[in-house]
Design a protein around this ligand. Structure first.
Ligand SMILES: *Cc1c(COP(=O)(O)O)cnc(C)c1O
Length: 362
């Protein structure tokens, strides 16, 4: 990596942790698991993550958009399966041999017709909706297909999949209901490998096992078992430079809206991080950055490019030092999500474009 600019935060992505998480999730599943690398591998970089997982033996990837699949194909080479959750029109993958997820009877019709016209089978994944009601064949589409398997002629069915709505709540009745609906749907379709669980689903027990798990968030260190300690390794760290340190008197205020007023003479550290970098404005007044073992509380508003910290009790902090905004106990993406009123997924996928990115094998 080129040296970061003096005002540039450094995002460190631990590819070793991601690969270790992928292996651990395969063991947890007792069956193969894919790498879900949509949204630029949840903000961490799909090309680097895809290459690392590919080298570790991952041969199934899922992306959301066609454009992500085309870019990933260039990164991982011709070997692995790359499935596109949104699907795409026949031929739209420009010869990149991507696998469309078929989300409706119309999708099935289009790809089957294209295959029969070309006289060559086309691989695809069939998505059955069992309760999410976003994408996938509904009950009517399923019934039509179950009544006439000939509609699939021309399609090489790689997997039949569904997606769980409540897997992070193990006691939620939706989980059992969806597993039962999925089993019933598969029994009415031509035999094909199944793909069921996302990260949290891999921890729900044997009824949620399938031939291919689809973990995303847990690869990147998000806790797939929110009610229990996090079994995954942390994969990201964000270190942000201090631009200035200033002293203010008791009674003076800091930042937009003058929302924070010093109760005592204070040292304010201004760091190069803001909501334009995905450091959410809703973190204003909540949480802290870390320097060595010291917590530097956020004060005032998070602005577009700057955050102000209370460094009164950290006399050692100097301009040019780097404080940790994400990473370590109390500062995981899950922790920041909880403080910001959102989830760790949104913290990761919002990670900014202005960071210097360093990939390590920790
Ligand atoms: C995003 C996604 C996943 C991965 O979910 P995680 O909760 O991040 O593990 C799996 N399957 C589908 C269909 C998805 O959209």
């Amino acid at each position: 990596m080129a040296a970061p600019h003096s005002d540039q935060a450094v995002l460190t992505v631990d590819l070793g942790a991601i690969v270790a998480n992928w292996r651990a999730l395969g063991v947890q599943h007792g069956a193969p698991v894919a790498g879900v690398v949509k949204a630029d591998a949840y903000g961490l970089g799909a090309a680097a993550v895809g290459r690392a997982l590919g080298e570790a033996g991952c041969v199934h990837f899922f992306v959301a958009h066609l454009s992500e699949g085309l870019a990933l194909r260039r990164a991982v080479g011709t070997g692995p399966m790359i499935a596109v959750l949104d699907g795409f029109l026949p031929g739209e993958d420009e010869g990149a041999a991507l696998v469309p997820v078929l989300n409706s009877l119309g999708d099935v019709e289009a790809h089957a017709t294209a295959a029969r016209t070309a006289g060559r089978e086309r691989p695809a994944i069939l998505h059955i909706d069992t309760g999410m009601a976003r994408l996938g064949l509904d009950a009517k589409d399923l019934a039509a297909l179950a009544a006439d398997h000939g509609r699939l002629t021309g399609i090489a069915l790689r997997h039949v999949m569904t997606h769980l709505a409540c897997a992070d709540e193990p006691a939620h009745p939706m989980n059992e209901a969806q597993a039962a609906r999925f089993a019933a749907a598969c029994a009415r379709l031509p035999k094909a490998p199944r793909s069921l669980a996302n990260s949290s689903g891999l921890f729900l027990g044997p009824r949620f096992a399938s031939e291919l798990g689809r973990p995303g968030c847990a690869l990147y260190g998000i806790n797939p078992t929110p009610a229990a300690p996090n079994p995954m390794r942390q994969a990201v760290r964000l270190d942000v430079p201090v631009l200035q340190v200033r002293n203010i008197a008791a009674g003076e205020s800091v930042g937009y809206g003058a929302s924070w007023t010093a109760a005592r003479p204070s040292r304010i550290a201004t760091v190069a991080l803001g909501y334009a970098d995905g450091y959410l404005r809703s973190l204003s007044g909540r949480g802290y950055c870390a320097f060595g073992g010291t917590q530097l509380p956020l004060l005032g508003r998070v602005s577009m490019d700057l955050v102000t910290l209370d460094a009164t009790d950290c006399p050692a902090l100097r301009p040019g030092d780097r404080v940790t905004a994400i990473g370590g106990a109390g500062l995981t993406p899950d922790d920041l999500g909880a403080r910001a009123g959102t989830i760790g997924y949104e913290i990761l996928t919002g990670l900014g474009a202005r960071y210097a990115r360093e990939y390590i094998r920790g």
